[in-house]
Design a protein around this ligand. Sequence first.
Ligand SMILES: Cc1cc2nc3c(=O)[nH]c(=O)nc-3n(C[C@H](O)[C@H](O)[C@H](O)COP(=O)(O)O)c2cc1C
Length: 181
Amino acid sequence: MKTIVIYRSKTGFTEKYAQLISKALSCQCLEYKASKNIDLTSYDYVIYGGSLYASGILGLKKMLSQMDFNLNKELLIFAVGTTPPSDGLIATLTEHNLSPELQKHAKLFYMRGGFNYNKLNFFDKFLMNIMKKTIQKKPESERTADERGMLAAFDRPLDVSNERFIEPLISYYKEVTHHDE
Ligand SMILES: Cc1cc2nc3c(=O)[nH]c(=O)nc-3n(C[C@H](O)[C@H](O)[C@H](O)COP(=O)(O)O)c2cc1C
């Protein structure tokens, strides 16, 4: 079974999960740019990971358009964000990121990462400051736990990543690859 993990990450959380997954599956792991010249048709399974920015999976569209996926294969995708996992989150992210055609061939997983303001680029810092101001305008009693956590994370990096988040993807992979044997 030839499998590869490809990822895009801005501040390191998705990269960490990509490496954990490749270690667990003993397969190759490449950052998106380094994977550009690779012939993906020679792989049985491609696992793509990208962090969430405004609900979009970083680099997914580019990856799909540039890499000419053979959609007879299954694509496993993992999204990494700060939002706490909840019922319906995967369905919402799937709806937002995967076309109906892609949904037939791809399975989406969610892993919780964290937030590191100091590592963000200028544009993301700008966006986050707009969000910060919007939250701050709300009376404290009306702020959600997520929003309160977000405000706190501006002063101190937040890391809510956990190795256990890779488990559903690993189990699913083992199940489907077992069927292939
Ligand atoms: C501008 C901006 C938008 C974001 N939008 C989302 C989002 O829609 N959902 C979410 O769960 N996390 C969101 N995040 C948080 C990142 O997904 C989170 O920090 C993630 O762990 C970053 O992973 P990376 O270091 O691999 O890029 C956002 C962060 C920034 C800076």
